[in-house]
Ligand binder design. Structure first.
Ligand SMILES: [Zn+2]
Length: 391
């Protein structure tokens, strides 16, 4: 059995549903310490974070991942138990196989191999892991570690996130940025009354409907070379007392923007509020930005190297995408880092019978290793212990 398959199996067997880490990081820390990494365990609240680095000065290349997984749902729906790694049909099954314990294992193997073969590499390599990526708030995960980096002046130049990005073969798609996410929680104020006496009431549904039509029809921006146009969606709308003869006093709605770098959260907020005011809506609106958009610009060193490595791995020209939801990369990009996301196929993530192709998994350490080689191998190569060298 290959090292990366064995380590992925060990990680899947640890049932680390957010915010549990279930010993994954201790296992990884022990391995990296044996090959000379400095390791810090950063526990915030219920969340475990691991920060491991090797080398000093110069540019810093960080691999970013998470050891937590989403709940398996009803285990009886799985063909094999979600936390018992099982191989069949060329795939490894188990919760987290694709999102993203396979990537984490591949990062560990790549880093071990790289520092053994290049003990005096230039710059610094690091691994940052959290057990709070899949949770609802992510307050104590990479967000908090990034705040600490900002305070201490710890600098990251390049960040490779292991989120499963590929479509049908390893390396056929890399993420080079992500859209921002802006959520508005709206309360429309009305006056309750009898439906037979509308002149004595104010119907918040009637007040909001024309404004909603205008919001839904608005063209927020045209996008740009790297991003599709900003999208606006109402995800929840609630009003009414349940009675057929009562005009309700209030309406609540939740709206979300997925926005490109062609807009800012401030502009979108101001334009939304202006449309509501133009329609005479009496409202209160609370906003939350869960992630600003970020982009690794074309021509950036990491993006160029990542595209080349994925082209060689997949045999096709990799798609360079900013699609999908947000990732923890959103907390690292504002530190000034170039961020890309490269991982295995994402067809089964968060589903019953989640799996990763074993052939893809076994090629992933070499792909991550090639990024290390091209970005940081400049230093003197050490005694070659070969690709199979392990602590
Ligand atoms: Zn993930």
């Amino acid at each position: 059995m290959s090292d990366v398959l064995a380590l992925t199996r060990d990680l899947i067997a640890r049932a680390s549903v957010t915010p549990e880490d279930a010993g994954c990081q201790a296992l990884i820390a022990g391995r990296l310490e044996r090959v000379g990494f400095r390791v810090e365990h950063l526990r915030f609240g219920e969340v475990d974070n691991l920060w491991a680095t090797h080398g000093d000065g110069g540019p810093t290349l960080v691999f970013l991942g998470h050891t937590d997984v989403v709940p398996p749902g009803d285990a009886a729906d799985w063909t094999s138990p979600p936390f018992e790694p099982t191989e069949r049909d060329g795939h490894l099954f188990g919760r987290g196989a694709a999102d993203m314990k396979g990537s984490v294992a591949a990062m560990v193997l790549a880093l071990e191999d790289f520092v053994v073969r290049h003990p005096a590499h230039s710059g610094r390599v690091g691994l940052l892991l959290t057990s709070d990526e899949e949770g609802p708030t992510n307050f104590d995960g990479v967000r908090k570690v990034a705040e600490r980096f900002r305070a201490t002046g710890d600098r990251i130049d390049w960040c490779v996130v292991g989120e499963p990005s590929s479509k049908s073969r390893l390396g056929d798609l890399i993420r080079v940025g992500r859209r921002g996410s802006l959520t508005g929680t709206l309360a429309v104020h009305g006056v309750q009354g009898h439906v037979a006496y509308p002149e004595k009431a104010l119907n918040p549904i009637h007040a909001f409907a024309p404004a909603l039509a205008a919001l839904a029809a608005e063209r927020w921006d045209e996008g740009n070379a790297d991003f599709p146009p900003t999208s606006f969606q109402v995800s929840n709308i609630n009003s009414g007392t349940g009675a057929a003869n009562v005009i309700p006093a209030a309406l609540r709605a939740t709206m979300n923007f997925r926005y490109s770098t062609a807009s800012t959260a401030g502009d979108l907020r101001a334009r939304t509020e202006a449309i509501l005011r133009a329609h005479g809506v009496d409202f209160a609106l609370e906003w939350n930005v869960s992630g600003e958009p970020f982009l690794s610009p074309p021509g950036g060193r990491l993006r160029e190297v990542a595209v080349a490595v994925c082209r060689e791995a997949s045999g096709v020209e990799p798609e360079q995408s900013t699609g999908g939801g947000t990732s923890d990369g959103r907390f690292i990009a504002p530190l000034g880092a170039e961020v890309v996301e490269i991982g295995p196929c994402n067809a089964t993530i968060h589903k019953v019978d989640e799996c990763v192709g074993i052939a893809d998994l076994e090629r992933l350490p070499a792909l991550y290793g090639a990024l290390c080689e091209r970005l940081l191998a400049g230093g003197q190569a050490g005694t070659a212990r070969g690709a199979s060298a392990k602590a």
